[in-house]
Each structure stands twice: as C-alpha cells, then as structure tokens.
Write a protein that binds this ligand. Structure first.
Ligand code: IMP
Ligand code: MG
Length: 186
C-alpha cells in the first residue's frame, strides 16, 4: 500500500515549527517555576506525546525523570467511546512522586480522565496534566488541564506527534486535514 502524500490533503499549517518551539519553551519555564525545589516525573502517553515530551523535557530545569504508558480506546481512532485499556504500563512506581502527564491532545477527554483515575489509585504526591493541544468544543467528560500549549477548534490535525492513520507524526508543524481529499485506501 502506498502512503498518500500529505500535501494532497493538508488544508493549512495551523501551528508552525517556530510557534510550537517557542510555546514549548514557555511551558517548560512555567513548569520549572511551579515545581521549583521539587523533582518531577513526566509520563508520556504513547505515541502522540513523544515529540512534545522530548522537546518539553529539554526546557525543564528541575530534576526530572520520564516514563511511558500506552492506552487504547474502545472506539475508533477519531471517535473514542469512554473507557480506555492500558496496553503498556509504566515501568516505575509513582507513589509519592510529582507526576505530570504529557499528552498530545485532549479531545473528548476520555483518555486523560481514565488515565488520571488509574494513576490516582497509585498515590502520587501530585498529579497534573500538560497537553500540547486542547479541543474544548469536543469535550464529553470534564478533565483538569493544568498546562496547555494551544486551544484549537474542532478540526482534525496531524504532525508533531499526531498521526494520520499512524503516518506523519514526524512533521515539525501541526496542520489541519481536508478530509475530502484524504484517501486512506487509495
Ligand atoms: P480523547 O480521549 O477523545 O480525548 O482522545 C485523545 C486521543 O485521540 C489523542 O491522544 C489522539 O491520539 C486522538 N486524537 C484526537 N484528536 C486528534 C486529532 O485531531 N489528530 C490526531 N489524533 C487525534
Ligand atoms: Mg494519543
């Protein structure tokens, strides 16, 4: 199967590489101020959060560690339906640690809500959420967001960790999709 060239369905570049990098730097500074004198445990939700995590952690000046978790929703990729299942659990214990969840995007909110529920039972010292993108119009369940890169409208986006059926996570910018021109089966 040939992968469709993203130029064919890219609608507009919503957030340029420069804007992403400068916002990530600001977030890193804000987080560093908030956790001054503390240690921070960053938990990246695979796979979408991986580029954000790797840039963000380089902008954080307090001592930090990282771990990874993967979840899968019971719905389809573009429409989640509530509960999520852990497909890869954390390596380490989070009890007594300052945990910061690093996510690519909060859409319906189900993913973050479920992950927060699960992690809360493990008794971290603190538990917060840092998301690169927030789509508030799509929210179906209330979730606390402590740090947010950009609020966007109800559009499907890809790049900088976010995928189009698993491809193009590597792009350094975030773009919107023209779904009429997207032909996954072609
Ligand atoms: P939620 O559980 O509905 O909040 O969904 C969050 C997950 O859905 C994200 O971690 C993404 O994997 C995926 N997702 C939601 N919106 C988009 C998008 O616009 N582009 C790519 N993935 C998305
Ligand atoms: Mg994701």
């Amino acid at each position: 199967m040939k992968v469709q060239d993203y130029h064919e369905y890219l609608d507009e570049v919503l957030i340029t590489e420069e804007k992403l990098q400068s916002r990530v730097k600001e977030l890193g500074q804000e987080i560093s101020r908030d956790y001054e004198g503390e240690q921070l445990h960053l938990i990246c939700i695979l796979r979408g959060g991986v580029l954000f995590l790797s840039d963000l952690m380089r902008q954080i000046s307090v001592p930090n560690t990282i771990d990874f978790m993967a979840v899968s929703s019971y719905g389809t990729e573009r429409r989640t339906t509530g509960q999520v299942r852990i497909t890869l659990d954390l390596e380490g214990d989070i009890q007594g640690r300052n945990v910061l969840l690093v996510e690519d995007i909060v859409d319906s909110g189900y993913t973050i809500a479920s992950v927060l529920d699960i992690l809360d039972t493990r008794h971290p010292k603190s538990l917060r959420v840092c998301t690169l993108l927030n789509k508030p119009e799509r929210r179906e369940v209330e979730v606390p967001i402590h740090y947010c890169g950009f609020t966007i409208s109800n559009q499907f986006v890809f790049g900088y960790g976010l995928d189009m059926d698993e491809y193009y996570r590597d792009l350094p910018f975030i773009a919107t999709v023209d779904l009429e021109r997207y032909k996954p089966e072609a």
